[in-house]
Design a binder for this molecule. Structure first.
Ligand code: UD1
Ligand code: CA
Length: 459
């Protein structure tokens, strides 16, 4: 069976009070609409139609920049209601397709729920996502007669009696293409909001002899829509709580499941410890026994078994092997690769650098564009001068080198195996293997009378 999602994303989102179209506001780092696209893509659809209107250029640009989804865009220039919006998306829908209508501002509906809806829809049945909820305010109410669904009434059109109904319309519908096309020709805007309501197709379907089958979501927040920044923040925490619980179920200890943010994917081995206020972005992988201190930010980081990342450390596009120690207050920039047993200490910045097994950079250094061998010790305050103002150059430090504190290594440069660099050196030529290279003024002591302030009487 062929499925075609039709995602409605033309609305302005007035209550967001934003220049950004509502569906581009982010939940867990991804635009709301992208959540929906990523999920419906799991249905292996024949195509995905997205109806855009407000901010359509920005919406299209973001989807093409941040995702691989091929979208059939449909334009709704005037927002005349959800029914009108779906009509704008019909030209890509085949009669035999099952249309899955979803909203771009309802980001967390699960693939399983979409599947259940799609599996429900056929020649004789329409699938409708509904939920029994304590507070139905704002939602369309499900009307039933003798147990069967016979229609939906919007909050603004409901009688006081209908307002007491607690079964709500989540907004997601699965229906055969031919049925949808026929039903939509018959809706009108004769209602409280003068809009073409998609929800009116339910009563029309029942009149056509199509059965309306309710499907319920796995969790309540699968149907939560985002209309304001307050709702967005609430949904973010609910979503982060789900992620936190999954991490804990997989064997990670979280110091506080309310104080972690995963904006992408995080895979953890066994007995991982994550302290408070850690942000994970992109794709992060933590091996078994890894410990992440408080207030760290990791983006596209791969970390090997038993490595410790101490507080206030930032890691981006980097890989760390096992048994390493990083931080506190370290900054690993893109292209950093730390081998097993390495140490990066406080106020150390690395970039595009490979550090061999057991090597250490413990304090206050910049190590960029370099290859560092094994068992190298780089002293406090060492700077790799990789930039001459126009181009970047490479530094190679061979195995067993000892670089004294406060040295400037001017690239391009090679320091041979076992070499020692005297503290305070500015090294601009290759330093030979096994020798002590010192490049600083020789120390001397002179006889010297300290000057005194003029005018002051000298006894
Ligand atoms: C809609 C349903 C309501 C349901 C609720 C669930 C209708 C008439 N009502 O109400 O029964 O309980 O969703 O969240 O369908 N949109 C367009 N073009 C338009 C109008 C809307 O693309 O002309 C899009 C919006 O961008 C949004 C979605 O459709 O993504 C829903 O529209 P919204 O105005 O938020 O509908 P609700 O009043 O919430
Ligand atoms: Ca809404």
């Amino acid at each position: 069976m062929s499925v075609r999602p039709i995602v409605l994303a033309a609305g302005k989102g007035t209550r967001m009070r934003s220049l950004l179209p509502k569906v581009l506001h982010r939940l867990a780092g991804r635009p709301l609409l992208v959540h929906v696209l990523d999920t419906v893509a799991g249905l292996d659809p024949v195509g995905i139609t997205v109806v855009v209107g407000h901010g359509s250029e920005a919406v299209k640009a973001t989807v093409s920049a941040e995702t691989e989804h091929e979208v059939d865009w449909a334009e709704q220039t005037e927002q005349l209601g959800t029914g009108h919006a779906v009509r704008m998306g019909l030209n890509t829908l085949a009669d035999d397709d099952i249309a899955l209508i979803t909203y771009g501002d309802v980001p967390l509906t699960s693939l399983a729920t979409y599947r259940a809806l799609v599996d429900t829809a056929d020649d004789t049945t329409l699938g409708l996502l509904t939920l029994e909820t304590k507070d139905p305010t704002g939602y369309g109410r499900i009307l039933r007669s003798a147990g069967a669904i016979v229609g939906i009434v919007e909050q603004k059109d409901a009688t006081p009696d209908q307002l007491t109904i607690h079964e709500i319309n989540a907004g997601v519908i699965a229906v055969k293409g031919a049925h949808l096309k026929s039903l939509l020709t018959r809706i009108n805007n004769d209602n409280a909001q003068s809009e073409y309501y998609l929800t009116d197709i339910i009563a029309l379907a029942v009149r056509d002899g199509i059965r309306v089958q309710a499907v319920n979501p796995g969790t309540a927040h699968e149907v939560d829509g985002v209309n304001s920044r307050i709702q967005l923040a609430t949904l973010e925490r609910l979503h982060q709580r789900d992620i936190a619980e999954e991490l804990m179920a997989n064997g990670a200890t979280l110091a506080d499941p309310a104080r972690i943010d995963v904006r992408g994917s995080l895979t953890t081995g066994q007995d991982v410890l994550i302290d408070v206020n850690v942000v994970f972005e992109g794709e992060c992988v933590l091996g078994s026994g890894v410990s992440i201190g408080p207030n760290c930010v990791l983006r596209n980081a791969r970390i090997g078994d038993d490595t410790v990342v101490k507080s206030h450390t930032s890691i981006e596009d980097s890989a760390i092997a096992d048994n390493a120690s990083v931080g506190p207050y370290a900054r690993l920039r893109p292209g950093t690769e730390l081998d097993s047993g390495t140490h990066i200490g406080n106020f150390v910045e690395t970039k595009n650098t490979r550090l061999g097994p057991g090597s250490k950079v413990n304090h206050l250094s910049y190590v960029g564009d370099s290859t560092v061998g094994s068992k190298v010790n780089i002293g406090a305050g060492t700077i790799f001068c990789n930039y001459d103002g126009a181009n970047k150059h490479h530094t190679t430090i061979e195995d067993g080198v000892f670089v004294g504190s406060n040295s400037a290594l001017v690239a391009p440069l090679t320091v041979g195996a076992g070499a020692t660099i005297g503290a305070g050196s500015t090294v601009s030529q290759d330093a030979p293997s096994g020798k002590l290279t010192v490049a600083r003024a020789r120390q001397k002591s002179l006889d010297w009378i300290r000057p005194v302030k003029s005018g002051k009487r000298q006894d």
